[in-house]
Design a protein around this ligand. Structure first.
Ligand SMILES: Cc1cc2nc3c(=O)[nH]c(=O)nc-3n(C[C@H](O)[C@H](O)[C@H](O)COP(=O)(O)O)c2cc1C
Length: 179
């Protein structure tokens, strides 16, 4: 393992409230691929964090820890279902807690699942501006998947390949930023 990959940290943020979330499966696949390439990874499942702290009605150690994990990461993977043609409210409230410019110098990987293809632009019209609002540099190829691309909750090979391509891009960008 190189010194660069040993230093590299990545977080995955899952913005689905579903216990059987498809988008979280893709975030977990991305994290597994990042681990295989030497990154230290951590999953932040926003649905498990205390709601009052997420909504700014107080503080909670779990939310503070999640924000700290994002702050120390070089790569930030964000996964969300399409809700009403864009990202979930759950993902939005977590991003609202990030500091201004909180993702400057970090590489963002957007992952979205929707029921059909009609809202595939949620990657480019929803997640890209969301990431950009806090300063992230994004991979060129985000991931959008429909329900048909899962069998028994598992992503089809072509979808896994799309996630792996995004991960390769993220690693290349992150290493370029470090060197
Ligand atoms: C409240 C709600 C709103 C949704 N809105 C859309 C939508 O606008 N477009 C779409 O394609 N799918 C929509 N869906 C379907 C989900 O995006 C889709 O099932 C997704 O794969 C779920 O991801 P998850 O398993 O990670 O939660 C919606 C589902 C819910 C529960």
């Amino acid at each position: 393992m190189s010194e660069t990959s040993a230093r590299l940290r990545a977080v995955g943020i899952s913005g689905s409230p579903s216990a059987t979330s498809k988008s979280r499966v893709l975030v977990e696949h991305a994290l597994a691929q990042l681990e295989a390439r030497g990154a230290a990874t951590r999953l932040i499942d926003v649905a498990t964090l205390p709601g009052d702290a997420l909504l700014g009605r107080g503080s909670a150690a779990q939310v503070a820890d999640a924000l700290a994990r994002v702050a120390e990461a070089r790569i930030v993977v964000a996964g969300t279902p399409v809700y009403r043609a864009t990202y979930s409210g759950l993902l939005k409230v977590f991003f609202d807690l990030l500091p201004q410019d909180g993702l400057v110098g970090k590489v963002g990987v957007p992952i979205v699942t929707g029921h059909g293809v009609a809202h595939s632009l949620a990657v480019d019209h929803g997640l890209r501006p969301l990431f950009a609002s806090v300063g992230a540099t994004l991979v060129a190829n985000g991931v959008y998947a429909t329900s048909e691309q899962f069998r028994d909750g598992k992503p089809e090979p072509g979808l896994c390949a799309a996630v792996e391509r995004a991960v390769r891009e993220a690693m290349a960008l992150a290493r370029a930023a470090i060197d």
